[in-house]
Ligand binder design. Structure first.
Ligand code: MG
Length: 191
C-alpha cells in the first residue's frame, strides 16, 4: 500500500498558538499580520524566553486550535486507500527540556480525533526527511524539499504563501490551497 505522511500543525489543525499569545499579551494580532513560523518570535528575545517558559508550563495549544476544513473527512477517506502516518515535530530548540509536553498534547489530540490511525503510525520527530513515504503533505517547505517522496503537497498558509510555483516546482513540491484539492489529487488523480 502507498504510504502517506501527513503533518499535524497547520496541515490538519490550525491556530491555537496565536490565540494563546494574544491572551498572554492582551493583544489582538491576526494570523495575516504574522509571517513568522513561530508566532512568539515577534517578541524580543527576552520576552520570548519568558513567554515560552509560561507556554510549555501552562498551555495545551490544541484547546484553542481548530480543525482545517475537510481535513478529517478527507483523511478518513484516504485511509481506505492508503497507509496513513501522522508525523509531527515537537522539539523546540529554544526550550529543549520543556518542549516534551508537546509530544503528549499531540499524541492525545491524534488519538482522540483520528482514532482509526494505528498508534504505531503516529511519528513524533523533527527528522521528517528520513521517512520513506511516497506522498507527503505538510505546510513547511523544509520538511518537503529534503528526503524521499514522489508527491509532495504544500498546504498554503501564511508563512509559506510567498514561495512561487516555480521555486516550489524546483523542489518537486506542488502547492494545494485546501483539503478538497488534496482529495482530488490523491483519490481522483493517477497516483
Ligand atoms: Mg506544520
Amino acid at each position: 500500500m502507498i504510504k502517506i505522511m501527513i503533518d499535524l500543525d497547520e496541515t490538519i489543525v490550525s491556530g491555537g498558538y496565536l490565540e494563546f499569545l494574544n491572551e498572554y499579551l492582551g493583544t489582538n494580532y491576526k494570523p495575516e499580520e504574522i509571517q513568522e513560523y513561530y508566532v512568539s518570535n515577534i517578541l524580543s528575545p527576552e520576552e520570548n524566553e519568558k513567554y515560552l517558559t509560561h507556554f510549555y508550563k501552562n498551555v495545551n495549544v490544541y484547546v484553542k486550535a481548530h480543525i482545517i476544513p475537510n481535513a478529517l473527512e478527507v483523511i478518513k477517506e484516504l485511509n481506505e486507500h492508503y497507509e496513513i502516518y501522522i508525523c509531527t515535530a515537537f522539539f523546540d530548540k529554544r526550550k529543549p527540556e520543556e518542549c516534551i509536553v508537546m509530544a503528549n498534547h499531540k499524541y492525545d489530540w491524534i488519538r482522540k480525533n483520528l482514532p482509526y490511525i494505528n498508534p504505531r503510525h503516529i511519528i513524533l520527530t523533527s527528522a521528517k526527511e528520513l521517512l520513506m513515504c511516497e506522498v507527503k503533505i505538510d505546510d513547511k517547505v523544509s520538511n518537503l524539499k529534503r528526503g524521499y517522496g514522489k508527491i509532495k503537497l504544500l498546504l498554503t498558509t501564511n508563512h509559506n504563501k510567498n514561495y512561487t510555483k516555480e521555486e516550489l516546482a524546483s523542489y518537486g513540491i506542488k502547492r494545494v490551497d485546501n483539503w478538497l484539492e488534496i482529495r482530488d489529487i490523491l483519490l481522483k488523480g493517477e497516483v
